[in-house]
Design a protein around this ligand. Structure first.
Ligand code: SAM
Length: 236
């Protein structure tokens, strides 16, 4: 048991979405002094751990074993251990596992504490120049085309900036759909944010689709922001 952290608490720790320098000093301290780290992907976490000389014991905790980890976690927290939870990148529980564990800890009466930091959705929102007073996070859209269309239509009916994650394989499909639904809308794409090939794209759905379609290969990680009304983006 360590002295630095609160005993019997689960720390939900955000980790970098690309640039390793984005791990906060508090996150480093907590990861170093926790009794155990639960990591979505132990291999990717080991890169971060060796960069920051974190020697804490690590166990995997991903979507399909999250529920099975709960009994062990509750036992350890009852014994007064401090546990850190990390996902593969960014903030746990944001289109990443962690929700079941945090809920179970709360329900069992343990403290769940936040160690905030990188999140791709918030990073994109912070640089796009789109209104952020009302935004709706959609995570990943459904893969089936009918469901994808109905989720987008439903979301577009809400007056808010829409924020979503998308894979390089499906980005053109989403842009083509947006071209049909909101041809005059405004799109922002944050690609590979904080990484070497970081790029921002802004324009109508058709402009962005054309730009990406003309590339030999579409690569990287994407956050897509949608504002349905281009005119409404002009400052008052
Ligand atoms: N929990 C993470 C967070 O807080 O942002 C998100 C995890 S989700 C499984 C991964 C998706 O986030 C990627 O497919 C991509 O859409 C987006 N993403 C993650 N890192 C990114 C980056 N550096 N640039 C752009 N998008 C990124």
């Amino acid at each position: 048991m360590n002295q630095t952290l609160q005993a019997g608490a689960l720390y939900v720790v955000a980790t970098p979405i690309g640039n390793l320098g984005d791990l906060s000093s508090r996150a480093i301290e907590i990861l170093k002094s926790a009794d155990l780290i639960l990591a979505e992907d132990t291999r990717s976490f080991s890169r971060l751990a060796s960069h920051y000389l974190i020697e804490t014991k690590v166990k995997s905790c991903f979507e399909h074993n999250e529920t099975r980890r709960i009994d062990e976690l509750n036992q350890r927290l009852s014994d007064g251990e401090s546990i850190a939870l990390v996902s593969e990148a960014g903030t746990p529980c944001i289109s990443d596992p962690g929700y079941r564990i945090t809920l179970a800890c709360r329900e069992a009466g343990f403290e769940v504490l936040s160690v905030p930091g990188p999140c791709a959705a918030i990073a994109a929102l912070s640089i796009a120049g789109f209104p952020s007073d009302r935004f709706l996070f959609l995570g990943f859209l459904p893969q089936k085309s009918g469901k994808r269309r109905s989720s987008l239509e439903e979301a577009l009916a809400i007056r808010a900036t829409l924020v979503m994650y998308e894979s390089p394989y499906r980005i053109l499909k989403v842009l083509t759909l947006l071209e049909e639904l909101i041809p005059k809308g405004r799109i922002f794409i944050g690609r590979e944010m904080t990484k070497m090939h970081e790029e921002s794209l802004i324009g109508s759905p058709g402009e962005i689709r054309e730009e990406l379609e003309n590339r030999p290969k579409i690569k990287g990680e994407f956050v897509l922001l949608i504002h349905p009304d281009r005119e409404a983006l002009a400052p008052e």
